[in-house]
Design a protein around this ligand. Structure first.
Ligand code: GLC
Ligand code: GLC
Length: 811
């Protein structure tokens, strides 16, 4: 069952009823000011950091769900009846309702008793504020007298403190009201140089800033006293819970529409110019901003600028294939999700509370694969930030903090796959941009001034880090975990609540990872290609040799007969082998080892993929391992802590599925690759939204596996490496439009039923208009650029034209 539809022309998902299976979210903001917003206006806003600069309050895991947001109430003066045009929080049965989640904005529109209200929320580029553009229309035959109330609840900035430290918080809240603008200035009197403001374009009938006065102490957001009475109390908050609410009276003739604009913003003042009078905020800098963005013409212009910004980003790659789900994910939603993961990492979503996690070293390097073509300059910045947290021995902090860009000591290091992802990230950046000079950028270790070495040296140490940590079989030691954070082979935790990722009770000299062996293979090939570029044949050869050696070790100790094994545990016992009672086969090494080229020469790759199809594939995607662990295994760690079918314990961990798609493409099966792609493609799953439950326009981290009672149910949407890897799988490997060090490669491995497709790709300053035509069932390509045949599948760099026509024949 569907709860809406895709409007591809507008690049919107249109939700047609408010009671979606879960709140369906969107994101506002692209630069510094951000918000999450649900289809019923729930969510919150923050400046840069969702923990330390949160503007509005949100209560995760609340009942009902998704309470706290950017709320409006309309009240009919004639009857006293009131409702929320965004459905929440009053839950009034609206006569019609649509929510259009667009790229960087959300518009909610509804009609109740012949009054239509539309509100568009977005963050103008270059601003630190959000706009709520409200239009109210009277469709009645008689005039309507209405009251419009706005509502936000301020968070006392540090979202963690906000939820825990009430003995302080209840006494520190402060506001100022001037000319109808509500200023939230908690802690501004002391060390904060920033404040929030909430302004309205219309003359006010009143305002409120005290939550208890507005709602009533024993009432919820669904029945505020002030709205019920139709009159604001002009309350001034002293401590407790400061809010912002404006009251606007509307008189609408039949057919009349009125626009009312609200802006909610964040503003900083220089420390020595904070006050205009003792205790009073200096508003010199903020007043022009408020005046500008309350003006409808300026708002419309800002919205147009936002649209153009996205036209530019999404315009880097547009495709037209026989499959609409492929088209809309590639052209719109998957690219958008990649940009959101760039901005948010794993910080703020419906599942990430904005408090817990820093930026992951491995996550951030992988995210890059999905956004580097849209914003290469920022990818470069990101790479340098990440590399600056690396240790001199090549190891890495598992996470770093976005505000300070420093490594996170609390989570620490020794996730032995981490450093290798840097090599993949940098390689992806150079393949896209051709910016070889990045390798010479001086980058410190652990952010210590004076330790700078060229970025290239960081990559070299990443490789050496792996070789310095080989175990008894000659396979890489796993450390605390590899990509699978929950395969904790040295943890041995018996204490409830202890972190599986940071507890280490074994010295780690035995447990080995076949996944890291595969990842090393991929990274070694990238390093060898880099070396070749600089004409350093000897070093290139030694990387290739080390990859061959790793392959041999995997052949000997990491192959289980019909698939790649997963690991050796602390006792040297096999993990991911037919010999195991549970966890016999894992998805990760099948994908990663084949991507490294392992098993391509001797049939093992094809055999491993057959095993995946037979043992792991379900109609809802490919599960992480089988059979699921039925009980807790102290020697395996967190993976066995999850009930069977969820998360890493045999859930469909979507991040890993594209590795199998890529592997299928590598062995030449476009049918299998695209079939797997479709199984987890959210758009293709739209028709089963009541089962899938998450948003049908973005990937979720996990879909419950076949051992779970809720098989097919998705969780943890938006902030997941799934976005980048699916984007890479479909665009680079299935459609085969792949940046390489030498130029753009076009090597599609698409379903045999496809007669072809077209694409436009902007690459290193040139627009490639690509037409692929199938002449036979295979994957052999014949390329011509502007009519001239090209050898092989890589188009040598074009420097003399701004655009070219590429025709590709598949046979
Ligand atoms: C989460 C983590 C990622 C990890 C994955 C598997 O997505 O962010 O770093 O690789 O889980 O455990
Ligand atoms: C939890 C999650 C896992 C994630 C890890 C690191 O273990 O289950 O997916 O990777 O936390 O934060």
């Amino acid at each position: 069952m569907r709860f809406g539809y895709f409007d591809d022309q507008q690049r919107e998902y249109v939700i047609t009823r408010p009671d979606t299976p879960l709140p369906w979210l969107n994101y506002l903001g692209n630069e510094a000011y951000f918000g999450i917003i649900s289809n019923t206006a729930g969510g919150y806003s923050f400046y840069r950091d969702a923990r330390l600069r949160r503007l509005t309050r949100y209560r995760y895991n609340n009942a009902p769900r998704d309470i706290g947001g950017r709320y409006l109430y309309l009240r009919d003066s004639a009857t006293g009846e009131y409702w929320s045009p965004t459905w929440q929080p009053t839950l009034t049965a609206l006569d019609d309702y649509t929510c259009r989640h667009g790229i960087g904005y959300t518009t909610i529109q509804s009609t109740y008793r012949d009054v239509t209200a539309q509100v568009r929320y977005f963050v103008p580029q270059g601003s630190n504020l959000e706009v709520w553009q409200v239009k109210v229309t009277n469709h009645r035959v008689k005039a309507a007298e209405l009251s419009l109330f706005s509502f936000v609840e301020f968070c006392l900035w540090d979202a963690n403190d906000d939820m825990t430290n009430f003995q302080r918080n209840f006494s520190i809240g402060e506001v100022e009201i001037e000319n109808g603008v509500i200023y939230h200035k908690t802690e501004y009197r002391e060390r904060r140089d920033h404040f929030a403001y909430f302004a309205c374009s219309a003359p006010l009938a009143g305002f409120d800033t005290s939550r208890d006065e507005f709602l009533g102490v024993y009432r919820g957001f669904d029945q505020p006293l002030v709205v019920e009475a139709g009159e604001s109390k002009n309350s001034v908050a002293h401590g407790w819970a400061p809010i912002g609410s404006h009251h606007v009276k509307l008189k609408l003739a039949p057919g009349e529409t009125q626009s009312i604009n609200f802006i909610l913003g964040y503003q900083e003042n220089p420390r020595d110019a904070k006050f205009e009078a003792p205790g009073v905020i200096n508003k010199v800098t903020v007043k022009p901003i408020i005046a500008h963005y309350l003006d409808s013409a300026n708002i419309d212009a800002a919205f147009e600028t936002l649209r153009q910004y996205w036209d530019g980003l999404l315009g880097v790659l547009q495709v037209s294939t026989p499959d609409e789900h492929t088209n809309r994910m590639v052209n719109i939603w998957n690219a958008y999700q990649c940009m959101v993961t760039f901005n948010m990492s794993r910080s703020a979503s419906g599942y990430e509370s904005g408090i817990g996690r820093g930026m992951g070293f491995r996550d951030s390097n992988q995210d890059l694969l999905g956004f580097v073509h849209m914003i290469p300059e920022r990818a470069k910045e990101r790479i340098l930030d990440i590399a600056s947290t690396q240790f001199e021995n090549g190891g890495a902090y598992h996470q770093y903090q976005p505000l300070t860009k420093r490594g996170n000591n609390a989570v620490g290091s020794n996730f032995n796959d981490d450093p290798l992802w840097l090599v993949l990230g940098v390689a992806a950046y150079i393949k896209e941009s051709g910016d070889w000079a990045i390798l010479d950028e001086p980058v410190p270790f652990d952010n210590q001034p004076g330790t700078e070495q060229p970025l290239y040296e960081h990559m070299r140490r990443s490789m050496q880090y792996t070789l310095d940590r080989l175990g008894p079989h000659g396979l890489p030691l796993i450390g605390r975990a590899d990509w699978n954070d929950c395969l904790n082979l040295n943890t041995f935790s018996e204490e409830p609540g202890e972190s599986f990722q940071t507890t280490t009770n074994k010295d780690g000299a035995v447990a080995e990872s076949i996944f890291i062996a595969g990842l090393y293979g991929i990274a070694a090939k990238e390093m060898a290609d880099l070396e070749d570029h600089f004409g350093r044949g000897d070093t290139a050869a030694s990387y290739r040799d080390s990859a061959v050696k790793m392959d041999e070790v995997v052949k000997e100790h990491g192959w289980d007969g019909a698939w790649f094994m997963r690991a050796y545990n602390h006792f040297g016992e096999k993990v991911g082998s037919a010999e195991c009672a549970e966890g016999q086969i894992f998805i990760e090494p099948q994908g990663i080892c084949i991507m490294a080229g392992m098993g391509l020469d001797d049939g093992r790759a094809a055999q491993a993929l057959d095993s995946v199809r037979a043992r792991l594939a379900t109609p809802h995607g490919i599960i992480l391992q089988q059979p699921a662990y039925a009980t807790y295994h102290v020697e395996l760690g967190e993976i066995s802590s999850y009930p069977p079918g969820y998360k890493e314990n045999a859930g469909i961990f979507c991040h890993t599925n594209p590795w199998i798609m890529i592997a299928e493409a590598i062995v030449g099966s476009g049918n299998n690759a695209h079939d797997y792609y479709t199984r987890i493609n959210p758009s293709a799953r739209e028709a089963i939204s009541e089962l899938h439950r998450c948003e049908p326009y973005v990937y979720a981290q996990m879909i419950a596996g076949k051992d779970a009672p809720t098989h097919g149910e998705a969780k943890n949407s938006w902030l997941t490496g799934t976005a980048a890897w699916n984007y890479a799988a479909i665009t680079q490997w299935i459609l085969g439009i792949r940046p390489t060090f030498e130029g753009l490669q076009i090597a599609p491995v698409v379903p045999t039923a496809w007669s072809g497709f077209t694409a436009t790709r902007k690459y290193r300053g040139v627009t490639y208009h690509i037409t692929v035509r199938r002449a036979g069932p295979g994957n052999t390509v014949a390329l011509a650029v502007d009519g001239t045949p090209v050898e092989g599948s890589i188009i040598p760099l074009i420097t003399d034209r701004a655009a070219c026509q590429v025709s590709v024949t598949l046979n």
